[in-house]
Design a protein around this ligand. Structure first.
Ligand code: FES
Ligand code: FES
Length: 406
């Protein structure tokens, strides 16, 4: 792969102009030098077909073509690639004209959860264009640069082998490349027209204040009901309940940016669940606020096209030991990719976030800093803790089953 010129040393956050051809469309972006190609594709162009797993060049999920050669998008800085031609999985085929590899993966059930599929498709495409005579027995080794967590390798090999045999030396090219065919969910048009020197900012993503936050009808995606015992006295907790800015700082990853008056606030929240990184910009309305109870509604959009709405009720009551019992109840409605994360696991992560929140309220009530300022979201560790919890519960169940059999 011929990487175009490297840029001179630059400050990490200063935007650098980069011109790329993505799936045949010319794109001009202004990006901080530290932005990887995978982040530029996903977060700045909405091309979320390129999946990100390890971010260390190990798993191959993020494979794209750079100037016709397979490359790990997580290992390249976008600004290294000025002038490069990038092909992503979105460029491979159209919904009504899938690439033979895509059709074959479907026919042979070459995907289970689908997380590795874009990486396999782009790696297979690269393999069959460069080694059209590749034999079936060589495919496991040739494709070993991409890992499948679902371990469905046999079907993947079947799928690639069928295409190799059917198109020896004449593999059709990507079918969805050309000017104005950039398929993204968020900022593709902004990026193609005006991006140089005008990288999308949070301000451009501001969510307008609605007349009222109306929650969807029906059951929420997640219902959370968490009760926590705080050591702080009720009057100390009341001080936190009375200070919305302090309260917001107790929420992991949240930041209150504007007071819009009349109990309306604008803010943002960043969250990372494994490979998914989301930045929500949103609005919150405090509907009720007293020393013992706060009722609020909020709604936000994430830059990847997802959305969240919630009604949260928090109550504080005196505990027998002089501390406070804090109860947080929330109905959360999710759309987009976060909703696809899995209701059960998303629910567990939300509950852990509220437990973190309760601990932060306790710290704030006792006069300590609730969290370090601008603390990065801790959802990944929450996720890990959730998974560990589940493993423990399962182990406990197995152990008790074993004991009851004795
Ligand atoms: S995310 Fe790039 S190799 Fe794993
Ligand atoms: S199909 Fe799930 S990771 Fe490969």
């Amino acid at each position: 792969m011929n990487l175009p010129q490297t840029h001179a040393r630059t400050e990490a956050d200063r935007a650098v102009e980069v011109n790329l051809s993505i799936n045949g469309s010319d794109v001009a972006l202004a990006l901080p030098a530290r932005v990887t190609l995978s982040d530029a594709l996903r977060d700045h162009l909405g091309l979320t077909g390129t999946h990100v797993g390890c971010e260390h060049g190990i798993c191959g999920m993020c494979t794209v073509l750079v100037d016709g050669e397979a490359a790990r998008a997580c290992l390249l800085f976008a600004v290294q690639l000025d002038g490069a031609e990038i092909t992503t999985v979105e460029g491979l085929g159209k919904p009504d004209q899938l690439h033979p590899l895509q059709e074959s993966f479907g026919r042979h059930h070459g995907l289970q959860c689908g997380f590795c599929t874009p990486g396999f498709l782009m790696s297979s495409y690269d393999l069959l264009t460069h080694e059209p005579e590749v034999q079936r027995e060589d495919l496991p080794t040739e494709l070993s640069g991409v890992l499948c967590r679902c371990t469905g390798y046999r079907n993947i090999v079947d799928a690639v082998d069928e295409v190799a045999q059917a198109h020896r030396g004449a593999l059709p090219g990507p079918a969805n490349c050309g000017q104005r065919t950039l398929v993204g969910r968020t900022t593709a048009t902004a990026a193609t027209s005006a991006a140089v020197g005008a990288e999308r900012t949070d301000e451009e993503e501001l969510v307008e204040r609605p007349q009222e936050i109306v929650l969807p009808a029906g059951d929420p995606t997640i219902h959370v009901d968490v009760t926590s015992q705080l050591t702080s006295a009720p009057d100390e907790v009341a001080r936190v309940f009375g200070d919305v800015r302090l309260l917001a700082r107790c929420l992991p990853g949240a930041e209150l940016t504007d007071d819009l008056g009349a109990d309306w606030y604008r803010g943002r929240a960043r969250i990372a669940l494994g490979p998914m990184r989301m930045a929500f910009n949103g609005i919150a309305h405090i509907e009720e606020q007293s020393d013992e109870r706060i009722v609020m509604k909020g709604q936000g959009k994430d830059t990847g096209g997802g959305g969240a709405q919630a009604r949260i009720v928090m109550t504080a009551a005196a505990a027998d030991d002089g501390g406070t019992v804090l109860q947080a109840e929330a109905d959360v409605f999710l759309t987009g990719r976060i909703a696809g994360f899995g209701r059960s696991l998303a629910g567990d992560v939300s509950r852990r976030m509220f437990q973190e929140f309760a601990r932060a309220v306790d710290r704030a009530a006792s006069g300590e800093e609730p969290t370090t300022d601008a603390q990065p979201p801790r959802a990944f560790s929450l996720l890990v803790a959730t998974i560990v919890d589940r493993a423990r519960q399962r182990l406990r169940r197995l152990t008790s089953r074993g004991e009851s059999r004795r």
